[in-house]
Design a protein around this ligand. Sequence first.
Ligand SMILES: NC(=O)c1ccc[n+]([C@@H]2O[C@H](COP(=O)([O-])OP(=O)(O)OC[C@H]3O[C@@H](n4cnc5c(N)ncnc54)[C@H](OP(=O)(O)O)[C@@H]3O)[C@@H](O)[C@H]2O)c1
Length: 327
Amino acid sequence: MTVIYYDADANPLALEGQSIAVIGYGNAGRAFAHNLRDSGHAPVIGNIEDMYSSFARDEGFEVVPIAEAAKAMIKLLLLPDEVMPEVYLNHISPALKQNDALVFASSYNVAFGFIEPPAFVDVMLIAPRASAVAMRERYLERTGTPSFLAVSQDATGAAWDRLLALAQAVGGLRSGAMELTFRQEAELDLFTQQTIIPAIHNLLFTAADVLIREGYPAEAALLDLYLSGELSKSLETAGEIGLVDSLKFLSPTAQYGVLSRLERFNEPKVRRQMEQALQEIREGKFAQEWASEYASGYVRLDAIRQRRRKSPLWEAEQQTLETFRGE
Ligand SMILES: NC(=O)c1ccc[n+]([C@@H]2O[C@H](COP(=O)([O-])OP(=O)(O)OC[C@H]3O[C@@H](n4cnc5c(N)ncnc54)[C@H](OP(=O)(O)O)[C@@H]3O)[C@@H](O)[C@H]2O)c1
């Protein structure tokens, strides 16, 4: 059964007297810390001494070394997935006490077994379905961010109460939060990243290539395809009112063109590739591959990025953006 939580389900008193640390002041850490503070909490920030710790201090937070912040009762771990196991092992795990809570914004490390918390702590997840920047903006607009919530260990018997109070404080319950398992959240997140985004990139690159080879100016092709922002606006509308209804904002010519040609692109091979991606994710193959990539110093990731940047389309993209930036 689907369980959805809203603000009315949370009791802020569930966090009374409990110290909170935000560990990692990157994109997510900053948004979580500000939202918590604006909701009346006083999170301490755990970060290495660098530019991000200076930002946090400039923005009025107390910043301490990660091992020091880990003494707080509630620890929000907002570090990149691949870095987190090492930091957890060296700085977080030695500080764990009975009744502490570990809170993740991505279930990746727990779901794939890279972090195995001891049985005496609560282990929880608040996974906003928006970028951290959007999460902060929506908190300020009071619209909230749809989120996934999960508890994988309830050592205190109060894990859900604590989680709901935290989720409310960061603006995660205002528009509704859905209960999932850690594993479901991790698999869904990876699936979307590894299917929809690469498929869209490939479609756009293929379409640009077709048009440029047929003699259309590269700038015009790229503008029409996606650089004008029309496509992203249409997807944004689909996110607000649904894919089907978003079409009603198109002209009748465009609507007929889209609907009469939909089936042409219903390609069975794409479905098989999606099923394969899901299988790799579920079997933990991707997680192992990514762990090896991190251990190698991101050799393959850097090489792919370089290759991508050398593509003629990348240059045309930058040039088009420059041309239409205005004066
Ligand atoms: N970004 C989002 O929109 C978003 C949304 C939802 C969930 N999340 C989740 O939030 C978590 C953090 O993501 P993020 O995007 O905020 O990452 P990020 O912007 O890259 O920030 C990561 C933080 O980790 C610190 N860090 C990096 N390497 C470190 C190391 N070796 N030792 C200690 N600290 C280190 C960084 O500090 P320095 O740079 O100062 O070293 C920074 O404060 C991830 O689990 C992610 O899945 C992110």
